[in-house]
Design a protein around this ligand. Sequence first.
Ligand code: LLP
Length: 420
Amino acid sequence: MDYFQYKDGEIFAEDLKISDIASKVGTPFYCYSSATLKRHYKVFTDAFAGQDLLICYALKANSNQAIISSFAKLGSGADVVSIGEIKRAIMAGIPAQKIVYSGVAKTEPEMKYALEQGIYQFNIESIPEIHQLSKTATSLGKTAHIAFRINPDVDAKTHAKISTGKAENKFGIPLSKARKIYAETAKLANIKIVGVDLHIGSQLTDLAPFREAFSRTAALIEDLRADGHEISRIDLGGGLGIPYDRDEDRPPLPVEYAQMVKETVGHLGCQIIIEPGRLLVGNAGILVSKVIYKKQGEERKFLIIDAAMNDLIRPSMYEAYHDIAPAVMGRNEHEVCDIVGPVCETGDTFAVQRELQKFDTGDLIIIRSAGAYGAVMSSTYNTRALIPEILVKGSEFAIVRKRVTQEEIIALDTVPDWIK
Ligand code: LLP
């Protein structure tokens, strides 16, 4: 459930008319709802009532400072994958002691920074990486608390580009080698083994792959304990999917997911770390755009809007489906169109042959479920301005990232004297 609802045929974000925000800030823009963020966080934490849980919001889904601060206030920790994200988390008020550091290849300066900040846990992805961390921690006289990310070789049954838990993927250490690697790691200086980590993919709409992966990990933890390691934490990653198509999708509910977690790993007595991203922010954001032109091609009708693939890349990159709707309902006639942006690529398409209420030039259009992996994946391709992000709370709104103008973008370049 989200707080983008129609009242008298007009779409609102909480108590504000989207069209009023649009007339103040211009289109396109991202619009987030504070009440929805809060609700999603609460539904997720309530589902785990009675379990020892640390939520580490995966910043990569949406790392706007206002979004992170909102979760920090609710008590969330952070899952980060770069030094930039550590800085963002700390600046937004997440204590270092609630930060887990994932990421495929942490560099020495990144490790150094993380150790100096005193983060909670490093999720280690390879043997060379653990050796580097031991070296860096020793040089600083600090101890790094670590979990290895294991690759359980489970098919998450999601889009290939966001599937991470199969043997062929670059992530983690093979489950079959884990005992040997933990044994070797126990001998390393300034490293304290505390847990086991995994993350099998994103936008999972079935609990079965989670169940399989978590069960395999639980069995590994029992083996590791038998080998003498003190394993007190299990980090289950993120990945629980959200409904993108409101009429069709029924992903598992947080409460069903939490029950499955209890069944698969509850007996271990570990602290459970979960790194949800999309689930918390995906449906707390929409992309608001405007129809520039309608165009009749030889075979198809096109609705050309002022947002493009550089603003929201998910449809072109993952063939992702997003619900699209008019800001004002009420015209009964429907038509079938391709909804496209103005960028010079055929891939700049938000929807193919979608049946929607008839639009006119200048009409506002909303693209739902754009709160996760939207603004963070945007670019200035075609020298298009980075669009603003708006956060609504009740009847107030704030611009939480301003529009980055073409002039500001161009000013980042320099022309060397030898060209002038
Ligand atoms: N933890 C780790 C280690 C991750 O790699 C990810 C996402 C998460 C947590 C959060 O997963 P979530 O709960 O959001 O599914 N850009 C893609 C999604 C990439 C996900 C990458 N990793 C998209 O737009 O669908």
